[in-house]
Design a protein around this ligand. Structure first.
Ligand code: PSU
Ligand code: MN
Length: 305
């Protein structure tokens, strides 16, 4: 049998390969947000804008996905558009990334799977919307995202707007602390709550510049502390939805999910879609704004590294 190495399954888009070879800053982007997080054509426009923002900051964007069994590190505009319109794409995490490769499937990579792929390609900074975490009611459902374990084991900086407010933010912070994952709020003393800038929960750590975040990451590597770190970047004020308003919609979406018996991987996409309907599209506008905001900060961190 010929040796079957990771690189045999990976295609690095030429501009990304060039940037990596030259040691220029690269920012990874996930694709579950494209395949499962937003409807077409907003998902496509979002994906394009986010790449443009990263390029505008002087870094190279690398949207990561699995297409017909190939792990793509960076997509061409045509590939990105095709993915945005793919029906029935898988939602890939650590458990099924290898399955999609072996079975030549197509899927969006979650935070966990994107971290794995970014690390294989030598990319240290990754921008998303919100990470997965501990779901409300997890004491009964055991629904805890694999994103949290991945943050604990894979050395990538994940720039997010916190944990999605559909989650139990307090329990999510507890699990991250247990697993030794640093959670750094950017220019804030409290954890942001995805669509809202604030939550009742104090930020475990705070840093105010991209340089300081890069310095912290380097120090952890020097100390041999493995695993990644989570940066929580509050959505811009102009785009936020007040936490009290969101709480009503989140509760209604959760009730609908329970009534319809939604479970497992479909929970997060179901809740996001329901909340989009309940807010008349406002939640989607905010979601797009916060991803763009995270992309900007991620590019600055990548440059500082
Ligand atoms: N952020 C968004 N929209 C999304 C997601 C994040 O703004 O759809 C995705 C991410 O890919 C994250 C996943 O990893 O939701 C979490 O899913 P789960 O709760 O099933 O682990
Ligand atoms: Mn889950």
């Amino acid at each position: 049998m010929s040796p079957d190495t990771a690189m045999a399954h990976i295609d690095i888009f030429a501009p990304v390969a060039e940037a990596l070879a030259a040691g220029r800053p690269v920012v990874a982007l996930e694709s579950t947000i494209i395949t499962h997080g937003m409807p077409w054509p907003d998902n496509s426009r979002m994906a394009e804008n986010v790449e443009r923002i990263i390029a505008g900051e002087g870094a190279t964007p690398a949207t990561i996905a699995v297409v017909d069994g190939r792990i793509k590190i960076g997509l061409s505009p045509a590939e990105r558009e095709a993915l945005a319109q793919t029906q029935g794409a898988m939602k890939l995490s650590r458990a099924d990334l290898g399955f999609a490769v072996a079975e030549r499937r197509t899927g969006g990579t979650t935070v966990a799977a994107t971290m794995i792929a970014a690390k294989l390609a030598g990319i240290s900074v990754f921008a998303t919307g919100g990470i997965g975490g501990v779901h409300k009611g997890a004491e009964l459902s055991f629904d805890v995202s694999a994103d949290l374990d991945e943050l604990a084991r894979t050395p990538v900086i994940v720039v997010s707007a916190g944990a999605k407010a559909i989650l139990d933010i307090e329990k999510t912070l507890e699990v991250l602390e247990t697993r030794g994952v640093p959670v750094v709020a950017y220019q804030s003393d409290v954890m942001p709550a995805f669509w809202s800038r604030t939550s009742p929960y104090p930020a475990p750590l705070r840093l105010d510049t991209a340089e300081a975040i890069a310095g912290f990451f380097r120090t952890r590597l020097a100390l041999g502390l493995d695993g990644g770190m989570l940066v929580a970047n509050p959505v811009p004020e102009a785009d936020e939805i007040a936490a009290e308003a969101m709480a009503v919609h989140i509760a209604a979406a959760q009730k609908a999910a329970a009534e319809q018996g939604v479970s497992g991987k479909t929970v997060t996409p179901f809740l996001l879609q329901k909340i989009l309907e309940l807010t008349g599209g406002e939640s989607l506008k905010t979601n797009i704004a916060l991803v763009e905001n995270n992309a900007r900060l991620a590019a600055r961190i990548a440059k500082a590294l």
